[in-house]
Design a protein around this ligand. Structure first.
Ligand code: KIV
Length: 281
């Protein structure tokens, strides 16, 4: 049982039913230890394709493969007890046709144990979302700034300003009507996020989209200060773990060079052997 007393994972219908209620808390995670840390506090945990940039050093998410998502999904599954687990469909694994999307989403679900997948795109993906949801694949949608389209956008720009708002609004309506369980709104102005949240029947999950949304998501490494100097306006740094880790590593290196580590308390004497073959302390 989890720290919150819940005995099983939250389900896609339970997340959809949170529309207009207590804000949905969502984070990414890519490994078992981080999944264990975020699970008691989150409603949704996403294996985002941001894993490619955050853990693999790729310049964009475009080089992320289905095998990478499945491997990180399996690691994440071992750390979750409570939250809804969602896995991102990587670039090139779903856009071609609803059939291609189903084939790959089914593989992701079967091999990771996730309960839903996320894919990027609005009106253009509505047919695919309908196809998947009608065949037992719950889908979280993602509109606004969709990072897999970074080249088409010409950068990671705010989407939906001025007259462009109508395009994003239509995207959000289309994915909601197609049966998405919720929709991520990324990097859009507050007025647009509020309007969409009021208009559609499924939860909006904001990232750089203001508190007007039904929930929030951040990349866990960004909010923990683990992803270098990446400091976009919409990320609040809740800790500086990267700096703390660097200081610890520098101290270790100094102590090794000065022969101050290992100290007496880290060294074995001539004690009896244990069952593991190690000397007792
Ligand atoms: O890949 C990702 O981490 C995401 C979230 C930030 C929404 O898509």
């Amino acid at each position: 049982m989890s720290a919150t007393g819940q005995e099983k994972d939250l389900t896609p219908p339970e997340i959809s039913a949170r529309k207009g209620k207590a804000p949905l808390v969502c984070l990414t995670a890519y490994t078992t230890p981080i999944a264990r840390l975020v699970d008691p506090h989150c409603d949704v945990v996403l294996v985002g394709d941001s894993v490619g940039m955050v853990l693999h050093g790729l310049p964009t998410t475009l080089g992320v493969t289905l095998d990478m998502m499945i491997m990180h999904g399996q690691a994440m599954r071992r750390g979750l007890e409570r939250a809804l687990m969602v896995v991102d469909m990587p670039f090139g694994s779903y856009e071609e046709s609803p059939e291609q999307a189903f084939r790959n989403a089914a593989r992701v679900m079967a091999e990771t144990g996730c309960a839903a997948v996320k894919l990027e795109g609005g009106e253009v993906m509505a047919e695919t979302i309908r196809f998947l949801t009608g065949r037992g694949v719950p889908v979280m949608a993602h509109v606004g700034l969709t990072p897999q389209a970074v080249n088409a956008f010409g950068g990671y720009r705010v989407q939906g300003r001025g007259r462009d708002a109508e395009r994003i609004r239509r995207d959000a309506l289309a994915v909601a009507e197609a049966g998405a369980l919720a929709v991520v709104l990324e990097k859009v102005p507050e007025t647009l996020a509020r309007g969409i949240t009021e208009e559609i029947a499924i939860p909006t999950i904001g990232i750089g989209a203001s508190s007007a949304c039904d929930g929030q998501i951040l990349v866990v490494d960004d909010m923990l200060g683990l992803f270098g100097d990446f400091r976009p306006k919409f990320v609040k740094r809740y800790a500086e773990l990267g700096q703390a880790a660097e200081a610890a590593i520098a101290t270790y290196a100094r102590e090794v060079k000065e022969r101050r580590f290992p100290a007496a308390e880290h060294v074995f004497g001539e004690g009896p052997k244990t069952v593991n073959g190690e000397e007792a302390a």
